[in-house]
Write a new protein. Structure first.
Length: 272
């Protein structure tokens, strides 16, 4: 389709800011509680996840009625324009629930199956990461570059955990092997912020098993456009089984480590 990617990015950014305002005012004016749970009792949804997604769907479909929208809470609503939006209205729901200032709104725009623009914002800090395929990645307008780290034992590595107890036990086992091999590990609680942290040099690398496209679509573009490498299993793009993003010189070492000690996690039927 003949689309103006700058316009898609501007719409993503504008919409993410509006949803961020809604999330902030939700925390200011109401007590945030669990509305319902999804895959497991720890996989929580608040009324604000749903309200933010409704706002985003409304703004995107008003501006571009023929686009497909895939959202974490509402699933896929198909359109026929060749443009698909991939939306996480509240990435880091557990942090939001507890008032920890690390949650995000993530909106990516895909054209013919390729993510071309992405916006991730962290409402408590007001930071806005944006990226355009082939043009770069920015934090509040400043261009981003990953850290030039070349040894895994010098790397600060982010990760996250799934909501399933059995899979978590295996993720903990993998972590037991990763932790002694790196500078340290962080579990920020929002995958899109982890990916933006790699782009910003606040982390050197990130890996997780069990993520969904709405967690990674915008953040991977931000990280890649800042010079990071991203992938899944060898020869594959980031996927649900495995998402690895890292400064280029440590990418292979980190992925090999994960595959050596975590292949059971990666191959788990829970995340297949
Ligand atoms: C979660 C966060 C978390 C990651 C989980 C995700 P949600 O997203 O990104 O950091 O470890 O795997 O599901 O549920 O808060 O949108």
């Amino acid at each position: 389709p003949d689309v103006d990617v700058d316009e898609l990015l501007a719409l993503a950014e504008r919409t993410a800011r509006e949803a961020a305002e809604l999330l902030l005012s939700g925390r200011r004016t109401s007590v945030i509680t669990v509305d319902h749970t999804k895959s497991t009792p720890t996989d929580v949804v608040t009324a604000m996840d749903t309200a933010a997604e409704e706002l985003i769907r409304d703004r995107l479909s008003s501006a571009r009625p023929d686009d497909t929208i895939l959202g974490e809470e509402g699933g896929s609503v198909p359109g026929d324009s060749g443009v698909r939006w991939i939306v996480d209205p509240l990435d880091g729901t557990v942090n939001y629930l507890y008032g920890l200032p690390a949650y995000a709104v993530s909106i990516a725009a895909e054209v013919d199956g390729e993510v071309v623009a992405g916006a991730v914002t962290c409402p408590p800090t007001g930071e806005m990461w944006t990226a355009r395929r082939g043009k770069g990645a920015w934090l509040d307008g400043t261009p981003l570059r990953v850290n030039p780290v070349s040894e895994l034992d010098q790397a600060l590595v982010g990760t996250g955990f799934w909501y399933d107890a059995g899979l978590r036990a295996r993720q903990a086992e993998l972590l037991r092997h990763v932790l002694p091999r790196v500078r340290d590990v962080r579990r920020i609680g929002s995958a899109s912020l982890d990916l933006c942290a790699v782009a910003t040099g606040r982390l050197d690398a990130f890996y997780e098993t069990g993520l969904h496209p709405w967690d990674w679509s915008a953040g991977i573009l931000v990280a890649e456009e800042a010079g990071a490498r991203a992938g899944g299993l060898p020869g594959r793009p980031p996927e649900r089984r495995l998402t690895v993003t890292a400064a280029p010189d440590i990418f292979d070492a980190l992925r090999d480590l994960v595959l050596t000690h975590g292949i059971e996690v990666v191959e788990s039927p829970v995340v297949a």
